[in-house]
Design a protein around this ligand. Structure first.
Ligand SMILES: [Zn+2]
Length: 343
């Protein structure tokens, strides 16, 4: 199977005519799809222009996926969260210290309703082709590595809502130290918000496609993450997700890591009849030798990946997360996009 989709993310939604110029540049770089990062501020402030920007992308010949970028700091992304600004409650709580953290607890009805309202409104109004769930996660732990001789003890969420749900289901108080019940609880609850929202999006329009992109972790005996979506089988089995995607790997990581993640991504996707997607790091850092980009793209293709995506437009040019040679990086990714689509 050939690679059929080459996506690039894009943020800073505002004027249609400015977006149009950027969309043309994406087309010139071999992109078939734009992943529009819609922030809480964009939704709150620029809402009238969102459907117009989507329509313009379509006119230029790009598919459009909407990314609720960093909403509640539950999804990945650098921007601020209006939910956290407007709510002092419904936050994730540290298991060890009991402190409220600057991450929305997505197991609370308050945040679930807030998130769902944004998505369902966009599903009705924006005219996009689908949604992109971008690195959803619990705040902690980022990694949980017994090979180092100890585990990352901190985790979330032990807020009153999570504690009550846990107590009701398991019949004892949610412990401070993570155990198997807590792991199961966290996986189940984490999936609920995305499953429920995806199902309702498809009720509005069954053609709206859902991509779920989770952190690219080894999930091995020694090293795994407990960010809520690290049980890939559980995520990929969700009947409302169409594409299983695993996120960016830093260029300096070993080739074997890229290969392992890719192999597992394709295997899990196939097992559940989903399309697979792998990412290229197109911001912040770049490979020592740009040829690595060509090699990784070749490896993705050989492994049977269906879709490629890169973060972000112009290599992050002009932002604090720009790659050193941002525009050259963007050009090289574009060359690769054109190359794989031409096959
Ligand atoms: Zn909670």
């Amino acid at each position: 199977m050939a690679i059929t989709q080459t996506a690039i993310s894009y943020y800073g939604l505002n004027y249609v005519e400015h977006a149009a110029a950027d969309f043309l540049e994406m087309k010139e770089h071999g992109c078939t799809t734009v992943i529009l990062a819609v922030t809480e501020f964009d939704f709150d402030f620029w809402r009238p222009n969102i459907p117009r920007i989507v329509a313009k992308a379509h006119e230029i010949g790009l598919r459009v996926l909407l990314d609720p970028w960093g909403v509640g700091k539950y999804f990945g992304g650098e921007q601020v969260s209006k939910f956290l600004q407007d709510n002092t409650e419904n936050r994730q709580v540290s298991a060890l210290t009991g402190e409220k953290l600057p991450f929305a607890c997505f197991n609370t009805n308050s945040f679930r309703d807030y998130f769902q309202r944004i998505c369902l409104t966009l599903a009705r109004e924006a005219g996009a082709d689908g949604f992109f769930w971008d690195e959803p996660h619990y705040a902690f732990p980022k990694s949980y590595a017994s090979i180092t001789g100890g585990v990352a003890d901190e985790w979330t969420c032990r807020c009153p809502v999570c504690m009550k749900k846990f107590q009701d289901y398991y019949g004892y108080e949610m412990p401070r130290v993570m155990n198997d019940d807590v792991k199961q609880f966290r996986w189940r609850e984490a999936l609920f918000i995305l499953e429920d929202t995806s199902r309702k999006i498809k009720e509005i329009d069954p053609e709206l496609e859902i991509t779920c992109c989770v952190h690219a972790t080894m999930n091995s005996y020694y090293v795994t993450e407990y960010r809520g979506y690290d049980n890939w089988d559980m995520v990929a089995a969700c009947p409302y997700f169409d594409v299983f995607s695993t996120t960016i790997i830093a260029w300096e990581l070993p080739e074997g890591f890229f290969e392992q993640i890719t192999k597992r991504t394709v295997e899990v996707s196939k097992r559940y009849g989903k399309k697979s997607e792998r990412w290229l790091m197109g911001y912040y850092k770049q490979p020592k030798d740009f040829k690595q980009i060509d090699d990784v793209v070749d490896m993705y293709e050989k492994a049977g990946v269906d879709r490629l995506a890169s973060w972000t437009y112009r290599g992050g040019y002009g932002t604090v997360l720009a790659a050193p040679d941002a525009l050259k990086l963007w050009d090289r990714i574009g060359e690769n996009y054109k190359r794989v689509l031409g096959k």
